[in-house]
Design a protein around this ligand. Sequence first.
Ligand code: PGA
Length: 257
Amino acid sequence: MRRALIAGNWKMNGLIAEGMKLAEELAMRLERAREVGEPPPPSCDLLVCPPFTLLALLRDMLAGRGIALGAQDCASEAAGAFTGDISAAMLADIGCDYVILGHSERRHHHREDDALVRRKAEAANAAGLTPIVCVGETEEERGAGRALEVIARQVRGSLPAGAAASGLVIAYEPVWAIGTGKTATPADAVEAHREIRRVAAELLGASAAVGLRILYGGSVKPDNARELLAGEGIDGALVGGASLKAGDFWAIAASCP
Ligand code: PGA
């Protein structure tokens, strides 16, 4: 049985005061829910991925409080003369368990391609991190009927060699749904997730692919989360905008079936 993962991608948001406040509010909600058992604690794992600058502070604040920590990118190289880059080992060292890789904003703004995303994912695995590898088609590709083909190509090109399902998460994020308020229909999302799992099975093996967590991302909000998260093969959400409000993020987590 795959346990759902609700991940907050804070993107380039959060100075120290607001980031600390947001994380504290989430941790408090989880504590309160656990204490009273009503409403029940979310039946999912919680993860926040703040900017690099908040990782050390949040590690200390969230230690032992049931919310995992992740970063939003890492270098493909292990160490050396790469000014401005952050290695996967540095992220593991600072307390991260996860790292988002190949987000469409990095694919587009920083021209990251599948081969680079794969190298980063391999670096993440080598450092003991679980990469959340993002894939997803543009509006134009969907309009041309090529969504599944594009997703399949990205999965084949971006997954780390020798990955185990337990050390990997894939996020299906249709580019046209990110930050736009548009979401894939539950039926389209289910279809995309089925294709991702089918291609992942070719790479990881059929039984491993059954255990692989595949998240949906793109304008997930409290009012659409329940329907999306109920979709077959949708194992959680990668949440951008709505993860910046503790109440909204919590409501999404509480929508896990
Ligand atoms: P959004 O972002 O929820 O604001 O659409 C999702 C993401 O980019 O991961």
